[in-house]
Ligand binder design. Sequence first.
Ligand code: DON
Length: 568
Amino acid sequence: MKNRTIYLLLSFSFFLISCKQTKSPYSIQKSVIADKAMVVTAHPLASKAGLEIIKKGGNAADAAITVQFVLAVVYPYAGNLGGGGFMVIRSNDGSFSTLDFREKAPAKAHRDMYLDSLGNAIDSLSRFGHLSVGVPGTVDGIFKIFNKYSKLKNMDMLINTAILLAENGFAITKKQAERLNEYREKFEKHNSHEIAFLKGNEWKEGDLLVQPELAQTLKRIRDQGEAGFYEGETADHIVAEMKKGGGIITHEDLKNYNSVWREPITTNYKDYNLITMPPPSSGGIALAQMLEMVENYPLENWGFQSKEAIHLMVETERRVYADRSKYLGDSDFYNVPIEELQDSTYLAERMFDFDLQFATSSDSVAAGAITMLQESNETTHFSIVDDEGNAVSITTTINGAYGSKTVVEGAGFFLNNEMDDFSAKPGTPNLYGLIGAEANSIQPGKRMLSSMTPTIVTRDGELFLVVGSPGGSTIITSVFQVFLNITEFGMTASEAVSAKRFHHQWLPDVIQIEENTFDSIKTQMLESMGHTVKISNLIGRVEAIRVLPDGKLEGAADPRRDDHAEGW
Ligand code: DON
């Protein structure tokens, strides 16, 4: 036991030294080529910890478990124990599967739980604090992955770096300091107890964030398995936290949580085969629909972000997001027409009124009117390929930035505000401006609809690309664009990920663009076709790994934030 502790502390010290803690705490790598393995995540410590596990003989699933735990510590903005997510995994024998560890509505949830006496949706209830929380799925998901795919079969080894980082602290980046300061008031509002994320003065780059309560929670998971989260002390802390603020999650909800292996959505685009996420994500179906709709147009000849290419892509997005609002929800509760939505004849009909010269009005695609996004939001994606050719693509979230903003007293982690992904009232927009209806109404035990689109692409049966993104409603269009940037516009993975992005989601009827995406001439051309163009926040944060023709791996971490690629 003593030897084990000394060994773990030594390897942790080497691990920290290898993270080059100079003035800016980390030297961040955006674009990396490697022979054997690659891990790309939102934080350098998580990418390094994941790759270390592969170097010690673990496979991509082992690395994914370590990354998920480390992100829960070093990336509280979106990394989590208190949220959920989706995994697409492809083994080197060509088999693949998806895991749905999405949060579920508690048993006491009901359709009108976020409506006032006049029947209007109260956004603050589904977005902040205790009532916005869905039953977390992440820890159950981790154990499902461990039991089915782990090569190391040693949870101690997989969780240990996270425990040490929580216990000893880690140096925060400049962006992390800025965000912790930005959310200070909300943390104060939604927590009556002391939390690790609040301190007397402002956070600065390089400050240590120490999370002793989270370390204890991780140790309970290490020692008791899933029961260390869903039962016993951690469950008691979660339920006690709920009682403080009008939350409704009970011990039974926690004990009954179950993640599910699901049949992937698979679709072809030219020579490529895409394996992606089925409901309760809308991402896989929407991606498949958009790719089929653009496949027969000369995108390559038109060129990257040519007027024609943008127009076509926007028009497919408009139609697909309209379908999403009506037909997509948790297929365990609602009969989602999965096949019908991907049917070629249906998709051709959907594009029947597409005009190469003019924008289609969203009113004529379907009805509705909504507002633009306001709050900044976050989720996180990571992509992993190991030295045996296994690949994992995971998108995980607590929904908004720091989720509900509520930290479980005594357990040290943020709870999600995923309930806002349900349609609180038909036609009323959620945090991302997305609207929904019956398919995505609230019911006990149901999973709220997601846009997360973890995806793996093969070509001629060989691994080609591992990709995914955060970004709420913009996730699907971010994955769509990065895939086309590589396959149609001849970009490297890094170029494809870095390129500016645009987004249309049917309603509001505008093309959202990142700053400096189009020049004024391009904007005017699009406006003369009937489009409205508006500058928005950053769109997506894509982490991709591409297998190059010589078999090497190209890791591409999004330049928009602290994202980091680590190769071997
Ligand atoms: O599941 C979803 O679609 C959302 N909860 C994802 C949130 C998200 O990506 C926020 N990130 N920027």
